[in-house]
Ligand binder design. Sequence first.
Ligand SMILES: [Zn+2]
Ligand SMILES: [Zn+2]
Length: 228
Amino acid sequence: MGIKEIHDGIYLIGSSDITDTKDCCVYLLNLGEFVLIDTGAGSSVGSLVANIDRLGFKSTPLSTIILTHCHIDHIGGAAALQQKYGARIVMHDLDAATLERGDPRLTAAHWYGVNLKPLPVDVKFAGLRFEMSIGSHELVLLHTPGHTPGSISAYIDKSGKRVLFGQDIHGPFLADFGANMRDWTNSMKQLLALNADILCEGHFGIYQSNKKLTAYIERYLEEYGEEG
Ligand SMILES: [Zn+2]
Ligand SMILES: [Zn+2]
C-alpha cells in the first residue's frame, strides 16, 4: 500500500501498513504550504520524508505539524521532522506539557520501548477551539478530550467537502493515560455535530461519507459512551 489521496490535496502518507507497524495514520495537507497531522512513532521519518518528496512538492514548505495528542505513535517523528523542515509544532496545552517534559509513561514511550527526549512545543492553545489561517484556508482545531486530556481533532472545508481528522476516536481508554469517558462522550457528540463528509481516523483509516463516519462514531459511543 502506498500514498493515498483522500480528497483534493489531502493525503495519507503514513500508517501501520504504509510506513511502520508502530505508526498511527499520518496525514499531509497541501494548502499552498504543507501541514502534517501527526508524525508516527519516529523510526519511519525517512519514509515519511520520501513520501512527502514523492508527492512532487519539494518546493512547497512544510510549515506546520499538528500533534493530535501526546502518544508516542503520533509524536515520535515530530522532533526530526521539525528540524528537517523548520516547521512549528501545534498542540493543546494539556498534552503539550507531557511532551515538553518527555514523560515516558503518559506518552506511552516506555510501553513502546522508545527513548523520548523532551520536545518544546511552538504553539499551544488552551481553549475549546483554535482557528488557523493557512494559505487561503481555515484549519480548525477542537479540544476533544477523552482519549487523553489534551486530545484534539481538526477539520477543514475544502473543495466542497468537510474533512475531519478525529484521530484516536477508538481509544484505547486507559486511566493510566488520563482517559475520561464523560469527556470523550461529549467530544464524540461534538464531532458528530460537525456533519463532516470524510473522517480520517488515527489508526483505522478513512471513512468516505457522512453515513460511514456517523456509523463509526456511533458504534463506539454505544460501546463506551457515558452520560453525565
Ligand atoms: Zn494512536
Ligand atoms: Zn493515542
